[in-house]
Design a protein around this ligand. Sequence first.
Ligand code: FES
Length: 158
Amino acid sequence: MAMGKPARRLFTGSPAPHEGALIPALQELQEKLRHLPAAGLAEISERLGIPLSRVFGVATFYSQFSLQPRGKHVIRVCLGTACHVRGASQVLEELHRRLAVGEDGLSADGLVSVEPVRCLGACALAPVVVGADGRYFGGMTPAKVGKFLQELRGGKRG
Ligand code: FES
């Protein structure tokens, strides 16, 4: 596919033509736009000389990247087996209810994404939720969600 010169650059990273620059470029774009739009992936492909299919493959492999817009803050709810059998779905529902999360996973104000994930490697703490600041919260219940959100709001950065 021939790519015209983009009107503006979506990322400013070094255009080093090798795979080692791919993940930093994707991270920069994700940080800047909170997701990886198709135009950005095409630009990275062009600038780094890496096939678009490879760029797309890496962008969809790592959970840190998202092709859909994300909120400024991301909360991850584990729905792996151990968490599921201990009520993770009810925790997720309560988060959705309190933050008015839509089908796109974004809160009503667009600031928070709530993302279901599979096994965070902390099954002994099930059900587990990872806060926007990266902290793990174990033994979550719907009744604890309010306090969890309060704690995150108190500790929010930026
Ligand atoms: S299943 Fe949730 S942390 Fe492993």
